[in-house]
Design a protein around this ligand. Structure first.
Ligand code: ADP
Ligand code: MG
Length: 317
């Protein structure tokens, strides 16, 4: 099977075309038609075997997750996901692998109606790079830089599941709780609906890929503010039961792979935001407050204030 046969078999018809695709796979470029008055939101994430996912990850999970992490970035800007390209590097054209990969990728693409419009296919060690594109009304993107002193810091969903799942992979447990945690690690659901809802409500947003402390730190730095985190962070029942007591806080603050949204919004809007998100079965938890003093701190039950080391995952550290 050569490269062109591979593209034809697995990718040319992976997703149905849409009205806003003038030309899809097959020419030198795709031609896209963003709606009038809209801005394009563009993001790229590379996923490399052994670095971003264990070599043993099921191909369908790799397909799902590499698109999911890109859609999560679009969600964090409040963009509606529309199109994506796929640059695939493979050691050999393994048909079982390709069929599984295409199945997982196509499943998530169908969920949001995003269209695969092009890509590149090469021989090499396994890596998957997706560029995802979305649209949003010009000037309305949720940026990292809009947080204001007095805002509340809120997160969607629960934190720590992905990092706990990763740490437990070698146990090979198939308990209901481990299955739940692995689903959260391998099949994260990007918070697309939440991003669209929050676009008119939040002052700033970021998606949590490298851990709350580091990612929230980026948002605070971009906004020139600080924050105080108070109380326990939202956790799933599986996390609550299986995470060692002494590791919970670390996993929730510094573990990656959450793909939840962290937002800064005026206190007066928290209840409205929570009500809107609950219509999509997405929880929103208020975890603290934006301060004019820079830095990230946690305040314990006794009112003691401690700095949180904001170090997230770094590739070249
Ligand atoms: P070029 O030589 O112009 O780069 P290619 O031979 O690499 O074109 O690709 C042929 C067509 O197939 C192009 O339209 C390209 O976008 C598309 N394509 C290549 N690889 C993939 C892939 N993995 N997924 C989707 N489309 C792809
Ligand atoms: Mg090419």
């Amino acid at each position: 099977m050569d490269e062109f046969e591979l593209i034809r078999r697995y990718f040319a018809e992976l997703t149905p075309l849409a009205d806003d695709v003038a030309l899809g796979i097959g020419d030198d470029c795709a031609l896209l038609r963003p709606a009038p008055g809209m801005e394009l939101a563009v993001t790229t994430d590379a996923c490399i075997a052994g670095r971003h996912f264990p070599e043993s990850t099921a191909p369908a999970d790799i397909g799902w997750k590499t698109l999911a992490v890109n859609l999560s970035d679009l969600a964090a800007m409040g963009a509606e996901p529309r199109w994506f390209t796929l640059a695939l590097s493979l050691p050999q054209p393994d048909e079982t692998w390709l069929a599984g990969f295409a199945q997982g990728l196509g499943e998530l693409a169908a969920r949001y109606g995003v269209v695969l419009v092009g890509g590149d296919t090469t021989r090499g060690s396994l890596s998957v790079t997706i560029t995802a594109m979305g649209q949003l009304p010009a000037g309305q993107a949720l940026r990292r830089s809009g947080a204001k002193p007095g805002d509340r810091i809120c997160v969607t969903g629960t934190l720590g599941d992905g990092a706990l799942a990763l740490g437990r992979l070698s146990l090979e447990s198939d308990s209901d709780e481990d299955l739940y945690l692995r689903q959260r690690l391998n099949r994260p659901v990007p918070r697309v609906e939440a991003g669209l809802i929050l676009r008119g409500i939040a002052n700033a947003a970021i998606d949590l890929s490298d851990g709350l402390a580091g990612d929230l730190g980026h948002l605070l730095a971009a906004s020139g503010v600080g924050a105080e985190i108070k109380g326990t962070l939202p956790m799933s029942p599986a996390f609550e039961r299986l995470a060692p007591r002494t590791a919970k806080r670390r996993l929730q603050l510094h573990g990656g792979d959450d793909y939840e949204l962290c937002i800064s919004l005026p206190a007066a809007h928290v209840n409205a935001a929570r009500a809107l998100l609950s219509q999509h079965q997405i929880a929103l938890t208020d975890i603290g407050e934006v301060t004019s003093q820079p830095g990230l701190f946690e305040v314990d039950q006794a009112g003691l204030r401690r700095p949180i080391d904001a170090q997230g995952y770094r590739h070249f550290a």
